[in-house]
Design a protein around this ligand. Structure first.
Ligand code: B12
Length: 302
């Protein structure tokens, strides 16, 4: 119990309830908003990034990708990305019990959370909500994580070891199936960049983009300043993470930050098997088995 007699759970619920009270009036307290958003997301096993400006993202896409995947909002608009963290599978199972979706069970669960969030947020904030796993358009979520200082983006150019790079590219060309990747050698040899989080390593996933189109940097109580990029991954770990992510991502070794990665910051064994399962029919069987244990249809978490 806190000093006022309320439990931490009550306090969390109280902070989450504040989400409905924000107005676009100046000055907008973006850090209280972030707190309220995280409190509302917590029961869904989700977290938001720190707030960032659409212009930081669009500038980075200009510099690194010829301006592709720009976010269609003012450069001054304030935004967040929302990630799922370990235990999100419980939310997917509960959504399945309520709605029995046909298509992608994870996307459907995320869509339900987006609908709830849309209802909670005052319309005067002119909210743009996008499920970032479902495109087009695809906004480049790894760029979002990097520009707001939530995690570290690692590209092969960050590893100054040509021999390591050549060897990985040879292995990729030998193992990538041209039926999926095409015959173009450049594509077969491409090393994709990856993001890692200081706590979760790779055991999290970007799910939602949230832009508050009527809130901009000049209307904030304390204007936002872009943080310096994170640099916490050791060189040998960066090599391992890039290699594992590109060559055999299904073993999820790329998700561990170091060889000491704590298991409480990993997916559960069930989540590991579910998220790496390719067959939709088998995923569906798993969900059916799970909900067979439910005594009643689970209520919404927020
Ligand atoms: C399309 C897609 C794929 C495609 C293509 C891969 C790709 N990276 O494009 C396929 C189907 C192969 C794929 C596979 C996987 N994916 Co995928 N995929 C996406 C998706 C939906 C879009 C990515 C995109 O638009 N790429 C555009 C191309 C052009 O990007 P690119 O080739 O990486 O090149 C860009 C970067 O290099 C960048 N760049 C260059 N220099 C710099 C410098 C800096 C500082 C920065 C920030 C950026 C940057 O600019 C380039 C041009 O755009 C994203 C989600 C999203 N909305 O972003 C997830 C995403 C990238 N995938 C993800 C994952 C986990 C996977 C898998 C492991 C499968 C899985 N879901 O478990 C596999 C493994 C990938 C592999 N072995 O290659 C995660 C990565 C998480 C992370 N921690 O980084 C994402 C972010 C999804 C998520 N929900 O979180 N994926």
């Amino acid at each position: 119990m806190g000093a006022s007699g309320s439990s931490p759970k009550d306090e969390l619920r109280g902070a989450a309830a504040e989400l409905e009270t924000f107005s676009a009036a100046t000055p907008f307290d973006v850090h209280s908003f972030e707190q309220a958003l995280n409190a509302w997301l917590e029961p869904w096993h989700m977290e938001c990034t720190p707030p960032w400006l659409v212009g930081w993202y669009n500038d980075s896409r200009e510099k690194n990708a010829g301006g592709e995947q720009r976010i269609p909002a003012d450069d001054g608009a304030v935004a967040f990305a929302i990630c799922s963290v370990p235990s999100y599978l419980d939310v997917v199972v509960e959504h399945y019990a309520r709605s029995r979706p046909d298509g992608n069970f994870i996307h459907a669960a995320t869509n339900e959370i987006m609908e709830r969030l849309q209802q909670k947020l005052p319309s005067e904030l002119e909210v743009l909500l996008v499920n970032t796993d479902v495109g087009p358009p695809h906004y480049h979520v790894q760029t979002i994580g990097a520009i707001c200082g939530r995690d570290q983006h690692i590209e092969a150019v960050d590893v100054p070891d040509d021999e390591w790079k050549e060897e990985l590219q040879d292995d990729l060309e030998d193992t990538r199936d041209p039926k999926m990747w095409g015959a173009d050698s450049e594509m077969l040899r491409k090393i994709f960049g990856v993001n890692v989080h200081p706590t979760y390593g790779g055991w999290y996933a970007y799910r939602i983009l949230l832009v508050l189109r009527s809130v901009n940097n000049t209307s904030l109580a304390e204007s936002l300043v872009q943080p310096a990029p994170h640099r916490f991954v050791e060189k040998e770990d960066a090599k391992r993470i890039l290699r594992e992510y590109n060559l055999q991502h299904e073993f999820c070794l790329w998700r561990d930050l170091t060889d000491q990665h704590p298991s409480r910051h990993r997916y559960s064994p069930e989540e590991y098997l579910y998220f790496t399962e390719q067959k939709a029919a088998k995923r569906k069987r798993f969900l059916e088995f799970k909900i067979a244990n439910y005594a009643e249809v689970p209520p919404l978490r927020g």
